[in-house]
Ligand binder design. Structure first.
Ligand code: ADP
Ligand code: MG
Length: 318
């Protein structure tokens, strides 16, 4: 009898569907912190997280300027006039970057790296004016050819996809989650994130951090199915003679950009949110808000140097 009832319990356990649960993980990736939380049924949670982790690693291996044989590093070392056959992904990122460069009249420019590589935020090194004048910056130095190949016309021209790659990685991760039938998730990679579906039947509550207090939230937004990217002058910086020297550079001067402390952009895709938050940061309050208002389905929230908050028209109901 005892045998029979335990057999029955065992059968019942096998019969019942696997319990649904939140799976949460956090790890270091792409030079920042990755966080992934999703609601799922069954016991493949670890595998899904692992797939996202591997995808981030793959993208880092391909796009890091610090990994000597990354595709990006190989392009940076390319001799003038030589044609380079990029992967579809690399070309896509270059085309998208080129588009944002045009849209922003050069505020977003991946060749900012000509100046960017002269800074070291960890050791508090910034180039002097003479060094910045020598820096070669401008998308006109990169040629995207009809046959799919790319080349450069100056030996010093270098690129860095730090203003767009994390958003792209977010999109790839969302695609992985959706392929695994995940409907509710939160994903973040540094200042870039995405919210899918809901959290326990309610909208996700996404906080924009206070630019001068990493523990404080400045604004909380109820959101669903949207990418959120914040570019802040607090991510990588040092202070010299009272000057806040940070990592978002004005490609025209090679110096830290802006009259703002942070810019948050909300839009459908991570790649666009990421590029646009950097772009609007460089453009500043007036031109930046005008750009957000001009683009469909793009919202922006800007916090200026005094802590004053500006919203794009769609958020103020105008
Ligand atoms: P993060 O999450 O690293 O703060 P952001 O989206 O704020 O990312 O972008 C900052 C990064 O963008 C910098 O670290 C640099 O790699 C890159 N970047 C800086 N200035 C520009 C620029 N004017 N155009 C394109 N990319 C830039
Ligand atoms: Mg960005």
């Amino acid at each position: 009898m005892i045998m029979r009832s335990s057999l029955l319990i065992l059968l019942l356990c096998l019969w019942l569907p696997a319990q649904a649960q939140w799976q949460s993980d956090s790890w270091d990736s792409m030079g920042t912190r990755a966080t992934l939380e999703f609601w799922h049924q069954g016991n493949h949670g670890e595998d899904i997280t692992e797939a996202v982790r591997q995808e981030f690693n793959r993208i880092e291996q391909q796009l890091s300027p610090w990994i000597e044989d990354s595709e990006l590093a190989r392009f940076n070392q390319l001799p003038v006039g030589q044609k380079f056959s990029p992967s579809d992904e690399f070309r896509f990122l270059l085309e998208r970057s080129s588009l944002y460069s045009t849209t922003s009249n050069g505020a977003f420019d991946i060749t900012f790296a000509g100046a960017g590589r002269l800074y070291n935020y960890r050791t508090a090194v910034a180039p002097d004016d003479a060094a910045l004048q020598q820096a070669v910056i401008g998308m006109q130095h990169i040629q995207l050819h009809e046959d799919g190949s790319i080349s450069k016309d100056h030996p010093s021209v270098q690129i860095d996809l730090g203003g767009i790659a994390k958003g792209y990685a977010i999109d790839r991760a969302v695609a992985i989650l959706q392929a695994h039938d995940i409907d509710n998730a939160y994903l973040s990679l540094g200042g870039d994130s995405y919210v899918l579906g809901q959290r326990d039947g309610r909208l996700w509550q996404v906080g924009i951090r206070h630019p001068r207090d990493s523990q404080a939230v400045a604004i909380t937004l109820p959101l669903t199915d949207i990418a959120i990217s914040t570019s802040g002058d607090y991510e990588r910086f040092f202070v010299r003679d009272g000057e806040h020297i940070h990592h978002i550079l004005n490609p025209r001067t090679g110096k830290p950009a802006g009259d703002v402390m942070s810019v948050t952009v909300l839009t459908g895709r991570g790649i666009d949110a990421d590029a646009l938050s950097t772009t609007i940061f460089v453009m500043g309050i007036k031109k930046g808000l005008a750009l957000a208002n001009r683009l469909a389905d793009v919202s922006a929230i800007i916090i200026d140097l005094n802590g004053k908050v500006y919203y794009s028209d769609d958020l103020t109901g105008q």
